[in-house]
Design a protein around this ligand. Structure first.
Ligand code: ZN
Length: 321
């Protein structure tokens, strides 16, 4: 939108407290082999991230999300324009590429990790599917009814945008269904080369936390999407047990939750409200201090294509696009 970069709310004085929450996933440079295997919407390059942090400091008080929510809930003063930085999933590349940039700028961030998967060889199913398509195993994948409809000829040829469409289409299935289908296909044997490790180990998580800049939040135990297909005992495990696991691993209170894929039902929200100070969604928007729903915080998703120049990044911060 014309002028969004210059006239957005982030550029103007605010009469009421507002909170911008930025959502990042992976931080990878273009020449990293992992870059080509990931959906474009998931990645910001390290130089872009560095530029983001410089810009943020011009417009905002960059805050720790838990501290801001805590102060706001207690009616303590909060900055008129605050911004919190969040990372979803706990990718190893956050440790490799985001941490040095955060340290250089001395800014806080929240890392939402998948409690039962850190330090394991877990792979997210979209990366398995992308790895198979890039590796030329599209025909084998299409033999399974779960994948057949979702795969296009372009995605079989390894086109990144087409693979992203395939992944979106697959979301009509539950995570359990997709993982079962991949297991049926014995997916590891179909890869042309093994996938790079996805997640950090606990030592790396702790190293991030020990900077006193990074706080850890829960992104469930297994990254299961909390939609209508999840039974109550599984919901309890994903939401309540993940908190206990993370508190044991980190030795700190875990007050923040992040819904995988932004999906949740009323019972999921209820459990999160009872066990956490606040939670973030994938809904887009800027939060207003007085009216915000602490357990349904909106965020602004960041990826390189829409934020790799100061103008584009500022337009994104306007919340208009
Ligand atoms: Zn996630």
């Amino acid at each position: 939108m014309a002028g969004a970069d210059y006239f957005g709310a982030h550029r103007r004085k605010s009469s009421e407290p507002r909170l911008w929450v930025l959502m990042y996933h992976r931080i990878l440079p273009l020449d990293d082999p992992r870059f080509a295997l990931e959906e474009p919407g998931m990645i910001v390059q390290p130089d872009t991230f560095d530029m983001h942090l410089k810009e943020l400091q011009k417009h905002f008080d960059v805050v720790s999300l838990s501290e801001w929510v805590h102060a706001n809930q207690n009616s303590d003063p909060v900055p008129k324009k605050a911004c919190a930085i969040t990372f979803d999933d706990g990718w190893l590349d956050n440790y490799e590429y985001a941490l040095p940039v955060l340290k250089a700028h001395g800014l806080p961030a929240t890392l939402f990790v998948v409690a039962e998967k850190m330090g394991t060889d877990f792979q997210f199913w979209p990366n398995i599917v992308a790895g198979l398509l890039h590796g030329g195993a599209g025909a084998e994948l299409a033999r399974h009814p779960v994948f057949r409809e979702a795969i296009s000829s372009q995605s079989r040829e390894g086109n990144r945008e087409a693979i992203a469409v395939t992944i979106q289409r697959l979301k009509v299935h539950t995570d359990d269904t997709i993982f079962q289908a991949l297991a049926d296909l014995n997916w590891r044997t179909l890869l042309d080369k093994p996938l790079a490790p996805a997640l950090m180990n606990w030592q790396q998580v702790k190293e991030m936390q020990d900077t006193e800049q990074v706080e850890i939040g829960s992104h469930t135990c297994s990254h299961r999407r909390l939609n209508g297909d999840v039974a109550q005992d599984a919901l309890h495990h994903e939401i309540v047990h993940s908190k206990a696991l993370l508190e044991e691993q980190t030795g700190r209170p875990v007050d923040l939750f992040c819904f995988p894929n932004g999906d949740y039902t009323a019972p999921a929200l209820d459990l999160v409200q009872r066990h956490y100070l606040a939670a973030v969604t994938t809904r887009s928007g800027i939060n207003r201090g007085e009216t915000l729903q602490s357990h349904e915080l909106t965020r602004l998703g960041m990826h390189d294509d829409i934020s790799n120049s100061r103008r584009r990044f500022n337009a994104r911060l306007s919340g208009w696009i």
